[in-house]
Ligand binder design. Structure first.
Ligand code: IMP
Length: 191
């Protein structure tokens, strides 16, 4: 764990280190680059805010080194409230800025938990006539098996615990933590 950071006291343990994330992002980008080397207009990366912001930034740069040209788009949806449990309700907070018809879309997602958000998003993007829609998710929880969502590229399978860091928050905090970890129970008791 990092030393001397404000969040040290709140983190119980590290699940995925900064180094492991770095390696995995390169690996995922290399796979996507190989599969889309022939994309005539490049690919359109759709980052799902806010959780996927760190992943999008690192993934896009890694893809840029060996992959086809990429355009970056951002969407914000809400599926979680101010806490650690899924509401199952998906609401668009920020929509795409452009037409995606005929484009190869790659959804850049932080974590697939129940898969509810993603299955809704995929239907939405397909309805906008993308040529193809694939998903790259850095993390997946065991519950992801409950809903059938085709996630072509997955980084890490995580245990069924609430995690924070590398973009993932608890009540909008801990997104800047460079690794993925579990919070101490006292943190939840504070709210
Ligand atoms: P799903 O609809 O249940 O798959 O939820 C997906 C979204 O919930 C993710 O994009 C995250 O933003 C959030 N989420 C799921 N699990 C966690 C977690 O362990 N920590 C922080 N956010 C999470």
């Amino acid at each position: 764990m990092a030393d001397g950071s404000w969040y040290d006291a709140d983190i119980d343990r590290v699940i995925i280190s900064e180094e492991q994330i770095k390696e995995k992002v390169q690996e995922l980008a290399a796979k996507v680059a190989a599969d889309h080397a022939d994309a005539p207009d490049g690919v359109l990366l759709v980052c799902i805010l806010k959780g996927a912001l760190m992943f999008m930034a690192d993934f896009a740069r890694a893809l840029g080194k060996s992959g086809p040209p990429a355009e970056l788009e951002f969407m914000a949806v809400s599926s979680y409230g101010h806490g650690a449990t899924s509401s199952g309700v998906v609401r668009i907070l920020k929509d795409l800025d452009r037409d995606i018809a005929g484009r190869r879309v790659i959804v850049v997602e932080d974590i697939v938990d129940s898969g509810l958000t993603l299955s809704w998003l995929l239907r939405y993007l397909e309805s906008r006539k993308a040529a193809s829609v694939e998903v790259v998710a850095l993390f997946r929880k065991p519950d992801a098996n409950k809903v059938t969502v085709p996630v072509k590229y997955v980084g890490f399978d995580l245990p069924n615990e609430f995690v924070v860091g590398y973009g993932l928050d608890y009540a909008e905090r801990y997104r800047e933590v460079p690794f993925v970890g579990v919070l101490r129970p006292e943190v939840y008791a504070r709210d």
